[in-house]
Ligand binder design. Structure first.
Ligand SMILES: [Zn+2]
Length: 209
């Protein structure tokens, strides 16, 4: 039996886009907070790799630092690290637009053209709108901080083919409650990952079944 070699923590963080010293410090702190390592250690047992990636994902807001992406994470409660753009939660280094176009195709194929999105930030809404333009998908967005007149909420929810609750974004319970009544359960899904690209992939996967 060969033991899997340990992974240098700095190398793992670098691989996850934590290039600067400041970013490395923030990444390390998240691993320490998750009890995966302690300040004395340089290496991580290889078997903890997955847990480490999960701890980074849940413990650090990762941004490329551009003005397109920063506003989406500025109110995040997690410590913010400026990372390589491929590791940016918001733009994913440019992989977002293709993911949204693919979502458009998946929704049309599934006959779910009317998409109602609850929550999210304006930057993500713009990206989704841009990516869905011309796809045949009709995107309606509900700002998660303002309740709607009940009749309007009901009309929107009734008309939607798919209601996506974007958790982990500004979305107040009283707002989501308006659109997540039991009669809509079959056409409602919740996405907890951040970033328009991650949302697009998760919804596309769900409608493909
Ligand atoms: Zn970015």
């Amino acid at each position: 039996m060969t033991a899997t070699p340990d992974i240098p923590i700095a190398a793992l963080l670098l691989e996850l886009g934590f290039c600067s010293e400041a970013a490395q410090r923030i990444g390390r702190a998240a691993l320490e907070a998750a009890k995966l390592t302690n300040p004395r250690k340089k290496n991580l047992t290889a078997s903890k790799r997955e847990a480490a990636e999960a701890a980074i994902a849940s413990g650090v807001a990762r941004c490329c630092g551009t003005s397109d992406c920063l506003p989406a994470l500025i109110a995040d409660t997690r410590p913010l690290a400026i990372v390589d753009r491929n590791a940016c939660e918001i733009c994913e280094g440019g992989r977002t637009a293709p993911a949204i176009r693919e979502l458009g195709r998946a929704l049309v194929r599934a006959g779910k053209q009317r998409l109602l999105l609850l929550g999210g930030v304006p930057g993500a809404h713009d990206e989704l709108r841009r990516g869905l333009t011309g796809s045949g998908v009709e995107l309606s967005v509900v700002d998660g901080t303002t309740t709607r007149p009940p009749a309007q909420a009901r009309a929107w929810a009734d008309a939607a083919d798919l209601i996506v609750v974007w958790a982990s974004t500004p979305l107040e319970h009283r707002v989501s409650l308006q659109f997540t009544r039991p009669e809509y359960r079959d056409k409602t899904m919740t996405v907890s990952r951040r970033g328009a690209g991650a949302l697009a992939r998760e919804v596309a996967r769900a409608v493909r079944g």
